[in-house]
Design a protein around this ligand. Structure first.
Ligand SMILES: [Mg+2]
Length: 181
């Protein structure tokens, strides 16, 4: 009985060790849209940034950022290689979530159903702070006892923030995939 019990516990631990979660950003990672960030400077000048430009933009505390385009799904175009991975994950029944800075998950859920993909869990952070993504993933590693995280994002700041989690979680393998265009 003891031997069986030991074997059973070992199997349980192995399953736990294999727990893997793939995490996808949405904008410019799975899909390109015509959503823009509308910027107003301290002197009242207005200009727009694409999500790609915004990802590397140095924000200033006296500028106002209008993210209202991201409440919608404007003219979405699929990014094929990441979507292929997501389809493959869906077919394999593996775990994936979509983690977006958007303040609402609804456009992302709409996109998933339009693309005939399963309704993966969508987390909308309502913050473009790279640390918001890193904190969410850290909580998730703890909550789900993740052994392996694979993170896809086009923003170098998000990639750096999530990569920096590795030192806090030596037991978890954290792989980052920088989606470049
Ligand atoms: Mg992005």
């Amino acid at each position: 009985v003891t031997r069986l019990l030991k074997k059973y516990i070992r199997t349980l631990l192995e399953v736990r060790q294999q727990k893997k979660l793939r995490i996808f950003d949405f904008d410019d990672t799975l899909v390109k849209t015509n959503s823009l960030i509308h910027v107003t400077t301290a002197t009242g000048q207005k200009f727009d940034l694409t999500p790609g430009e915004y990802a590397v933009y140095e924000q200033s505390h006296d500028e106002i950022y209008d993210y209202s385009d991201f409440q919608k799904l404007i003219d979405p175009k699929v990014i094929h290689w990441t979507m292929l991975i997501l389809q493959y994950i869906a077919e394999a029944g593996a775990d994936a979530i979509i983690l977006t800075a958007r303040s609402t998950a609804i456009p992302v859920q709409q996109f998933l159903s339009d693309a005939q993909l399963p309704q993966f869990e969508v987390i909308s952070l309502g913050s473009s702070d790279p640390m918001a993504k890193a904190r969410y993933i850290a909580d998730r590693i703890n909550k789900d006892s993740l052994a392996h995280v694979e993170f896809f994002d086009d923003s170098p700041k998000n990639i750096a923030a999530v990569k920096s989690l590795q030192k806090d979680f030596p037991q978890t393998k954290i792989v980052v995939r920088h989606v470049k265009h």
